[in-house]
Write a protein that binds this ligand. Structure first.
Ligand SMILES: [Zn+2]
Length: 265
């Protein structure tokens, strides 16, 4: 089966955007990613309208949860609303029949015990309805992140697999976050699969943030200020054998999708 390749789209006609750039799938937010507001489907006819439009166009949908979510947090005033909002996002993603919901791994504060953060992930998984797979994404920054670097991901996965319902939890590998988080891309899909057993989605991005800098700065695949050799990105996309989403600046998506297809062929 050929790999699906697509891109992150704005909420103004994501299906139209996918057709325009030649994407097999589109990733969308269900609202403002920086806010706690309830999610809504970006379509004039709501969730049903978006689901039907995607099906008619033959385009798969993937949802990215808001950035404000942090289910690992030891702070009740962040963790509890995070779980509530995640449940709503998951529910709506089920209604639109998305292939998954991407959620960042989150973090704890410097003074917190990271073990509590990992266990908060276990509880969140058990309490969150999962009509579609919940895909945990590796992050670039911070020394107290739950999913920066392979060692942390391994510890996180011990908690994930201890949760009831963990078969509906998968992994989203972001190349820019991996690089800026201090992981070499060569052989990374094997190192991740050895931990998680699966890679459900790749966020294929170049990085303006230096290796191991912790700086989350996406760049176009062939951008002159991108610090990852494009060939390494292509090789990773092929090795992952999973759907690929570009989170690069929108102007280059059509050409980049053509390039990605050549790499994964
Ligand atoms: Zn990403």
């Amino acid at each position: 089966m050929t790999q699906l390749v697509g891109a992150h789209a704005g909420q103004d006609d994501p299906i139209g955007y996918a057709r325009e750039v030649g994407a097999d799938l589109v990733q969308i937010f269900l609202g403002d990613p920086q806010k706690w507001s309830a999610p809504s489907a970006p379509h004039p006819d709501g969730a049903d309208g978006l689901r039907r439009a995607a099906q008619q166009a033959g385009i798969a949908l993937v949802v990215h949860a808001p950035y404000v979510l942090n289910v690992a947090s030891l702070n009740n005033r962040i963790r509890i609303p995070s779980r509530k909002l995640l449940a709503k996002v998951m529910d709506l993603a089920g209604q639109i029949e998305a292939i998954g919901v991407v959620v960042h791994g989150g973090h704890v504060r410097a003074e917190d015990d990271p073990e509590v953060g990992f266990d908060n992930w276990r509880k969140a998984i058990e309490q969150t309805p999962k009509p579609v797979p919940l895909l945990i994404e590796n992050t670039a920054g911070g020394n107290h992140s739950m999913a920066r670097g392979v060692e942390r991901i391994a510890r996180l996965w011990e908690s994930v697999t201890a949760a009831d319902g963990s078969e509906q939890v998968g992994f989203c590998l972001d190349t820019a976050h991996a690089f800026a988080g201090g992981e070499e891309l060569d052989g990374l899909t094997d190192r991740i699969r050895a931990i998680t057993g699966r890679i459900d989605l790749v966020h294929l991005n170049n990085s303006r943030g230096a290796f191991n800098s912790g700086q989350d700065r996406h760049a176009g695949i062939h951008a002159t200020d991108g610090l990852i050799e494009p060939g390494a990105l292509g090789a990773l996309a092929a090795a992952a054998k999973s759907p690929v989403v570009l989170e690069t600046p929108g102007a280059g998506h059509a050409e980049e999708l053509t390039w990605v297809r050549e790499q994964v062929r």
